[in-house]
Design a protein around this ligand. Structure first.
Ligand code: PLP
Ligand code: SF4
Length: 390
């Protein structure tokens, strides 16, 4: 057994462990376990600094999960957009392919907790129909392996899937949606990287939410994937008490750049049942983005999006930078709240007085009367340039 597999085995998982370790009332712990099981591996546990801190909140079950009946089981309507088991096909040219129900840590805010952790709901026995679907749909050029976490599979199993996908000519890129670099970086081994290398282009989308998750171990894991040729991008979720603050967010994003991970998305928290206590207002998110743009490198700034309820897909949101826009100009404000005018491009027309004069001059010089106007206009400009230079 590999080290990471042993660490999974040594996770905090049972009701008794929750009671003992986190002093959760036994009744409550049982209900929480039934709602969404816990899995806190020894590495992620070691990141907790104090009770209720941002790491704790992401992994330790909380009574509030049980009081929240507002959210939805499947807020993104993934199951309805599933043509065959394990596939969600929402966008024209790419699809999600769920390959396991297991994760290295179970996040309390997970959007897919209706399935995650339950082998019966994301079955590996049904992969054949998923492969067939991808083969038949030649418009799919990008397959995103998710779950669960595809890196919970053994190298052998993952390689079978990659090999099979690589036999499909229209699949151009494969993405691994994995939280392992963050929650169990020991999973990223030299053997795994050597295997992945054979199936490029492979992109890795990972998921860091807080600067404390960027450690020596996670830095190394991301570095290994990047050195193996995988671009690594981060998808974070904006969450109350975890990263809903411009300073914390800035620290996270800049630290990601330092470990060569590019911030890709920042999501508003989904309306998932049992996760409402993590939600913030949209304005809080917009204010954070506003405090970043211009102040730090554009490389650090993710697309801030809402994954639209009901399956509308990811929709970007921006602070209000456009003050006014008409046919002639756009008035914009910059990060210092100063306004700037950008004039719209206007093709030259005959009605335009200046260009009429130019055309006359051009005709005199050339001694010709008619030429297509566009050419004439260009000519006069070139002539002027030569004259003024010479
Ligand atoms: C997020 C998502 C994708 C990928 O979207 P990108 O914007 O290309 O990263 C694809 N399919 C589904 C169902 C998704 O939720
Ligand atoms: S790693 Fe992803 S799928 Fe797994 S519990 Fe966390 S958010 Fe859910």
């Amino acid at each position: 057994m590999e080290l990471w597999q042993k660490m999974i085995r040594n996770s905090i998982h049972t009701v008794d462990q929750l009671v003992e370790k986190f002093h959760i009332n036994k009744d409550v712990a049982e209900q929480l376990d039934e709602f969404f099981q816990a899995r806190i591996n020894p590495y992620y546990l070691s990141l907790i600094r104090y009770k209720g801190d941002p790491i704790w909140q992401q992994c330790v079950p909380h009574e509030e999960e049980l009081n929240d009946m507002d959210g939805f089981e499947d807020p993104l309507n993934e199951d309805a957009m599933s043509p065959v088991p394990n596939i969600t096909h929402r966008y024209p040219d790419r699809c999600l392919f769920l390959v396991t129900s297991q994760c290295g840590m179970y996040c309390r805010f997970c959007t897919r907790k209706r399935k995650v952790g339950d082998n019966g709901k994301i079955s590996m026995k049904q992969l054949e129909s998923a492969f067939k679907y991808i083969e038949e749909h030649t418009e799919i050029r990008d397959v995103i392996l998710s779950g669960g976490d595809p890196l919970m599979l053994t190298d052998v199993m993952l390689e079978k899937i990659l090999k099979r996908l690589r036999q499909i000519p229209h699949v151009e890129i494969i993405r691994l949606g994995t939280k392992m670099p963050c929650v169990l970086p020991q999973r990223i081994t030299p053997q795994l990287c050597d295997m992945i290398k054979k199936y490029h282009p492979i992109y890795v989308n990972t998921h860091f939410n807080h600067p404390w998750e960027i450690t020596e171990e996670s830095t190394k894991a991301c570095g290994m994937l990047i050195d193996a040729g995988c671009p690594v991008n981060n998808q974070a979720v904006l969450m109350r008490g975890i990263n809903d603050n411009a300073e914390v967010m800035k620290e996270l994003l800049l630290k990601l750049l330092k470990i060569r991970v590019r911030p890709y998305y920042l999501f508003m928290a989904d309306e998932t049942r049992g996760a409402s206590h993590f939600r913030t207002s949209v304005n809080e998110g917009l204010e954070i983005i506003d405090k970043l743009r211009g102040h730090v490198s554009g490389l650090a700034i993710p697309h801030f999006v809402i994954d639209a309820p009901g399956g509308g897909g990811k929709i970007p949101m921006l602070p209000k930078y456009v003050i006014h826009h008409d046919d002639d100009k756009i008035i914009l404000r910059n990060y210092k709240h100063e306004n700037y005018i950008y004039k719209e491009y206007k093709p030259l027309k005959e009605e335009n007085e200046d260009s009429k004069i130019e055309i006359e001059i051009s005709n005199k010089r050339n001694g010709k009367a008619t030429q297509p106007k566009k050419i004439k206009e260009r000519k006069i400009k070139t002539n002027e340039l030569i004259e003024s230079n010479g």
